[in-house]
Design a protein around this ligand. Structure first.
Ligand code: S3P
Length: 172
């Protein structure tokens, strides 16, 4: 079985994914790192040198490849992955997989992201809490219909170990 974690930037996909992989004894794949390894450069550099549209093309290609080959794994997607091209269809039709949306409020996401935006090209130029609230609010609104198509929606506004516990409860 594969478990596919989705959610906005800062929702804890990578951390929860790692913890969940330990709890369930499954492998862990971080999709951003997968892209970086395959391309041999960081996502920041891909955005800077080739732009977002090019990144989205790579993201769709690698998503298909990953979902076709992965098994017994937790996969943490990038925040935008389900929201472009036919990626959400790929996710939903993936064999023996459950998708999970880690849901957090705009305000909680914005607080987290202000502290941790260095490696996120889309947030680089946002400096104040007010601007971050506004950006995340609009951006999440554009994306929420995709995230809401997950098989399971989890309230992720709690400690990682409690989020993991809730996911395990809902899965089995
Ligand atoms: C993005 C989220 C990032 C990364 C890229 C674009 C997005 O992943 O894929 O910077 O569009 O939300 P994280 O959600 O892991 O930060």
């Amino acid at each position: 079985m594969n478990i596919i974690l989705m959610g906005y930037m800062g929702s804890g996909k990578s951390l929860i994914g790692q913890e969940l992989s330990k709890a369930l004894n499954l492998d862990f794949v971080d999709f951003d790192s997968f892209i970086e390894e395959r391309e041999g450069v960081s996502i920041n550099i891909i955005f800077e040198t080739k732009g977002e549209i090019h990144f989205r093309k790579l993201e769709s290609l690698y998503l298909k490849e990953l979902l076709d080959t992965v098994s017994n794994s937790i996969v943490s997607l990038g925040g935008g992955t389900p929201c472009y091209g036919n990626n959400i269809q790929l996710i939903k039709s993936s064999n023996n997989a459950k998708s999970i949306y880690l849901n957090l409020s705009v305000s909680e996401l914005s607080n987290r992201l202000l502290k941790d935006k260095a490696k996120r090209p889309l947030l680089k130029f946002i400096d104040s809490k007010m601007d971050m609230d506004e950006f995340v609010g609009k951006h999440l609104f554009e994306r929420i219909n995709f995230y809401n198509q997950a098989d399971i929606i989890i309230n992720a506004n709690k400690k990682p170990k409690d989020v993991v516990e809730e996911i395990v409860l809902q899965l089995f």
